[in-house]
Design a binder for this molecule. Structure first.
Ligand code: NAD
Length: 330
């Protein structure tokens, strides 16, 4: 089977490539198409074995998904069975400052991939989406039926891409699936996102900016559990369907930061005095514009239909993540 993975040099894409090779070894071929924006980090993929590279099981192509000529060449050359679209501009704060690149990559780039998938007849086009397309929810949980209500340029671009995928399914019967996942954590994430930002700043004893009152709530899922869910959807999900993915693991931002301080303290074997110094690094800053208060996701559909559930305990996943960033800082 041939898998075209876009955005494979980013956080989740790189984890997914490792996940697939760990599971299927040299029985698969993965073509990683990535433009290599600031968020990409090719060394994340250096541990792919030379044996896999020699057998051409892993191929990297530096291409922008908006570049239709080169994308068409990729489809013509490799004839992928599966397309998994991770490539995106992903940082909400950046989307508030400059929305245009978000619309280009996240919407037009997705359309280029959908067109090529249609022309070359793929088995499955899988769109990696986000729970942010549902907007903010004070109580209860988002289900796959919750109306889309994106509130940032980032989530609006992701929601637009989801609608395009569904339109290609209805209009052309392109076999698409969509997954909407909550916040991921784990190795290989670019440091601008909350968990790696807090960990690296704590390690460097730099101030930790906290938006607003710090009481915004997010659900956290280990990236390996996300990859496991994606693998189940692409191989066993139903055409045209949306699947929510989440960790049932809600944290207020400020509580998460205190939890990370405790973890860092235990990993570095620091004294209580040191914990007090870390706490003093917390700095409340002006809230993000239009900051969504809470995301919470109902995962019953993927549990019942595909027998997926999150397996990584948060304590262990965070311990592993702190240790990973600590090694990186050395
Ligand atoms: N990180 C999360 O918590 C989270 C949660 C839910 C959904 N998602 C979605 O998962 C996907 C991956 O997220 P991530 O956190 O790994 O992102 P990331 O920012 O770490 O990586 C994105 C990758 O896409 C590449 N890319 C960007 N524009 C491109 C273009 N025009 N052409 C080709 N490649 C391009 C970048 O170079 C980078 O390697 C995104 O679609 C995102 O919306 C992320």
């Amino acid at each position: 089977m041939i898998y075209l993975v876009t955005g494979g040099a980013g956080f989740i894409g790189a984890n997914f490539i490792h996940y697939m090779f760990n599971k299927f070894h040299d029985e698969i071929q993965i073509i990683n198409v990535d433009k290599l924006t600031y968020a990409a980090n090719l060394p994340n993929l250096e541990s792919i074995s030379s044996a896999l590279i020699e057998k051409s099981c892993y191929i990297f192509e530096q291409i922008d998904i908006c570049d239709s000529e080169n994308i068409e060449r990729i489809f013509r050359t490799y004839k992928p069975d599966y397309v998994i679209n991770f490539a995106a501009e992903t940082h909400v704060d950046r989307s508030i400052i400059s929305p245009q690149v978000f619309l280009k990559t996240n919407v037009l780039g997705t359309q280029v991939l959908l067109d090529a998938s249609l022309k070359y007849g793929v088995r499955r086009f899988h769109q990696i989406s986000t729970d942010e397309v549902y907007g903010s929810i004070e109580e209860g949980y988002f289900t796959e039926q919750t109306p889309l209500n994106p509130r940032s340029p980032y989530s609006a671009s992701k929601a637009s891409a989801d609608l395009l995928c569904q339109a290609y399914y209805s209009t052309y019967q392109l076999p698409i699936t969509i997954s909407r996942c909550s916040n991921n954590y784990g190795p290989y994430q670019y440091v601008e996102k909350l968990i790696p930002l807090v960990i690296t700043r704590l390690l460097r004893k730099e101030s930790i900016p906290v938006y607003g009152d710090g009481l915004n709530v997010r659900d956290w899922l280990h990236v390996r559990d996300h990859c496991d869910a994606i693998e189940k959807i692409i191989h066993r999900g139903k055409d045209g369907e949306v699947y929510n993915i989440g960790g049932n693991n809600e944290w207020k931002n400020i509580d998460l930061i205190y939890f990370l301080i405790k973890k860092i303290k235990s990993v570095l074997a620091k004294s209580t005095q040191e914990e007090y110094i870390y706490n003093k690094l917390i700095t409340y800053v002006e809230d993000r514009k239009g900051h969504d208060r809470r995301y919470a996701i109902d995962v019953s559909k993927i549990k019942e239909e595909l027998h997926w559930e999150a397996k990584v305990f948060f304590e262990e996943g965070i311990q592993e993540t702190v240790t990973w960033y600590l090694q990186k800082e050395k």
